[in-house]
Design a protein around this ligand. Sequence first.
Ligand SMILES: NC(=O)c1ccc[n+]([C@@H]2O[C@H](COP(=O)([O-])OP(=O)(O)OC[C@H]3O[C@@H](n4cnc5c(N)ncnc54)[C@H](OP(=O)(O)O)[C@@H]3O)[C@@H](O)[C@H]2O)c1
Length: 204
Amino acid sequence: MRVLVGGGSGFVGRELTRLLTNKGHEVTVISRQPGPGKITWGELESSGLPACEGAVNLAGENLMNPFRWWNESYKKDLFSSRVACYKPSLTAQYTEDIVVRPGVVLGRDGGAMKQMLLPFWLGLGGTLGSGNQPFPWIHVSDLVGIIAHALEPPADTPSPSPQVFNGVAPALNTNYEFTKELGRVMRRPTIFPVPGFVVNTLWR
Ligand SMILES: NC(=O)c1ccc[n+]([C@@H]2O[C@H](COP(=O)([O-])OP(=O)(O)OC[C@H]3O[C@@H](n4cnc5c(N)ncnc54)[C@H](OP(=O)(O)O)[C@@H]3O)[C@@H](O)[C@H]2O)c1
C-alpha cells in the first residue's frame, strides 16, 4: 500500500514511517521542504494527489514551539493540529475517515519528553501549578500502532464517519504523578513547581 504522510518528517511521522516501511508499505512524506522521498504541499496543490491507498495528516504546530509567541495565530495553528487518517477508498474522496486525538506523546526522540529532559536532568523539573490537572499520555509506538491499524482496509460493515479515537494510555495520571515519576526515574529532585499564575499566563 502507498501511504502519504503529511508532516511525516516530525516526531510521530518518523516513527509511523518506520512502522509502515517495516510492514512493507511505501511511504511518501508531504513537507514544507522539498527532499528525497518527499513532495511539498505546493506540489500537492498544483499536481493533485498522487496515486495512494491511504493518507495520514500529522502536519501541525508544536505545543511547545520555543520560536513562537503565545498569540491568537499560534493558538489557531495549534487548534487545527490533529492527527487524521484517510483509509483506502475506491471512491478516493478523502474526507476525514478517522480522527485520532492523542494525549501528550512520549518517546525518546522528540515531543514533550525531549523538551523536559534537560530541565529535569538539571534538577529544575517540577509540577505545573498545583499538578492536579490530568496528564493524558501515550507512547509514540502505541500511537503509530493505532494509526497503522486505522489504515487497514475497512471491514465489510461500514462504520460511521469520521470515527474518533482517543489516543491515550488507559492510566489516568495527573501532572503531579507524571512529574514525580519522571524525577524518580531520572533520580532528580522535582521541588520547583512552575507557579499557577505563570502557567495561566502562558497557556491562557
Ligand atoms: N507530540 C505530541 O505530544 C502531540 C500531542 C497531541 C497532538 N499532536 C499533534 O500531532 C501531530 C504530529 O506531532 P509531532 O510531535 O510529530 O509534531 P512535530 O514533530 O512538530 O512534526 C510535525 C510536522 O508538521 C510540519 N509542521 C510544523 N509546523 C507546521 C505548520 N505551522 N504548518 C504546516 N506544517 C507544519 C513539520 O513538517 P515539515 O517541516 O516537513 O513541513 C513537522 O515536521 C501534530 O499535528 C501535533 O500538533 C502532537
